[in-house]
Design a protein. Structure first.
Length: 341
């Protein structure tokens, strides 16, 4: 088996791209749903989602997807969203893919910059004999959102393949690890193949020779320019500054017994004064970073678990749950319970 492209989420609490969020909100707008109210209800009213360099945290993306999934339960929304996917929705990344020389090069390009789309699971494309497969791994354990995110991702791939080659993707079979939904007929309509639900495998299989299809839209100069732009956006996603990310990573890894600023300075071999000065240079502070981490972890607990607010407060190092409630409201503008409504 040969792996020709692979995407592995690094640290899922770093900033993700919002191209998939933009497509979601555009489609909801077209369906008459008040997306401004939707974003407000999830505490994301300031999200500049129409900006291709916009960033969103993993937990905020899950909160938004969960809210939409609840609003349109058993609707097969992910499949529908994917039908609307166009390369223009993905900005410069879309143009880079279109300008590739072949389907395989398009896949390699797309996966290299897949972080711009901000997927919440690991994905790789493999070839074994005459069969290729898109293999998914639920590395971040997204729970009940797995069907929605899978449908969205794979349905979009079907649309983008057709837009790129002017041919429908001939899928051999599709295997998913979750139960058959009541709208399973939509899978047949969308993927035109047999879908195996509750499968130990998690992959979409197709004929490998498809990868050699040449693309009529290939343009080497445009491709080079687009790749330069993609690199610039990735650089933006990877900032602000390594120091901030390192500190937040340490805080995430110590959730429940967070290190003090003195512990952090010991790790870096500097004084607390020096660390405060370096953080101030990038417009933040240790307390701000700690609050951000607590906020993101709280959102994950509220979305992913059935822990009570008191239990979540305890896990985040609060001896008094009322202090956590006040803190959460100051961070998000809403009480913790609002994320579960």
């Amino acid at each position: 088996m040969t792996v020709i492209a692979e995407y592995l989420p690094t640290d899922h609490r770093y900033q993700l791209g919002t191209l998939d969020v933009a497509l979601l909100l555009n489609v909801l707008n077209e369906r008459g749903i008040n997306t401004a109210q939707l974003l407000k209800s999830t505490g994301l009213e300031t999200l500049d989602w129409q900006n291709p360099q916009c960033q969103i945290t993993y937990s905020d993306k899950l909160v938004l997807f969960s809210k939409v999934n609840q609003m349109l339960a058993n609707d097969g929304l992910g499949l529908t969203l994917g039908e609307f996917a166009k390369f223009s929705h993905f900005g410069v990344l879309g143009y880079a893919i279109l300008c590739s020389q072949s389907v395989e090069e398009a896949v390699r390009t797309g996966f290299k910059y897949l972080r711009l789309n901000g997927p919440v699971f690991a994905v790789k494309v493999t070839i074994e004999g005459e069969t290729a497969a898109i293999c998914i791994k639920n590395t971040l354990d997204i729970g009940e959102l797995l069907p929605f995110c899978t449908e969205y991702f794979l349905s979009a791939i079907v649309s983008l393949f057709e837009a790129m080659t002017k041919n429908k993707l001939e899928i051999i079979e599709l295997h998913v690890p979750y139960a058959e939904p009541i709208y399973a007929n939509k899978y047949r309509d969308r993927f035109r193949c047999q879908t195996q639900f509750n499968s130990p495998r998690f992959e979409l299989r197709f004929h490998a020779d498809i990868l050699q299809y040449p693309l009529k839209s290939h343009h080497s100069d445009t491709l080079k320019a687009c790749l330069t732009s993609c690199d610039a956006i990735i650089d933006t996603l990877e900032s602000p500054h390594l120091l901030v990310n390192q500190i937040k990573a340490m805080l995430y890894q110590s959730a429940g017994s967070f290190p003090s600023i003195e512990d952090i300075t010991t790790h870096f071999g500097c004084s607390s004064r020096t660390l405060r000065r370096e953080l101030a240079k990038v417009g933040t502070s240790f307390q701000v970073l700690l609050n951000q981490v607590r906020c993101e972890l709280a959102k994950e607990y509220l979305v992913h678990t059935e822990l009570s607010v008191d239990e979540i407060a305890h896990r985040l190092g609060y001896s008094d749950a009322s202090n956590f409630r006040r803190g959460f409201k100051s961070w998000t503008g809403r009480p913790p319970q609002a994320l579960r409504k």
